[in-house]
Design a protein around this ligand. Structure first.
Ligand code: CU
Length: 126
């Protein structure tokens, strides 16, 4: 009885294991960001740059920047670093004034999988 159950379940276990290892290896995880999460900048950044573990589909990806009052700040169209398809760049239209900003990101990696996350940074001019 146990053996029969095991035989039935083995393909399922293999499939589940395959899915988990894929998500661990192949989804786009945020590896580096500029500004760094929770950092305090003495001047406004010119852009937000996000470096992922996988290539990014820029057309299906989105970066939302929220000001200290949680209002969305308009940013220019997202770009992909021409020499690195794992780096997404959001140029800012105007300098940021003092305060705490939130970056919400949603990306689709080249394998079609979605990931998302958020972080904050602080602008505090001298
Ligand atoms: Cu994936």
């Amino acid at each position: 009885m146990f053996l029969r159950l095991l035989r039935l379940c083995t393909p399922l276990i293999i499939i589940l294991f395959g899915l988990t290892s894929h998500s661990a290896l192949a989804h786009a995880h945020l590896k580096q960001q500029t500004p760094v999460a929770e950092s305090t900048l003495t001047a406004s950044p010119k852009e937000i740059s996000l470096k992922y573990s996988e290539g990014i589909e820029v057309k299906f990806s989105k970066i939302e920047l929220l000001n200290p009052n949680n209002k969305i700040i308009l940013i220019d169209d997202l770009l992909l670093d021409p020499s690195d398809n794992t780096r997404l760049i959001a140029p800012l239209k105007a300098p940021l004034s003092a305060g705490r900003y939130t970056v919400n990101w949603h990306v689709v990696s080249v394998d079609g999988h979605k990931t998302k996350g958020n972080f904050q940074f602080i602008v505090k001019p001298d």
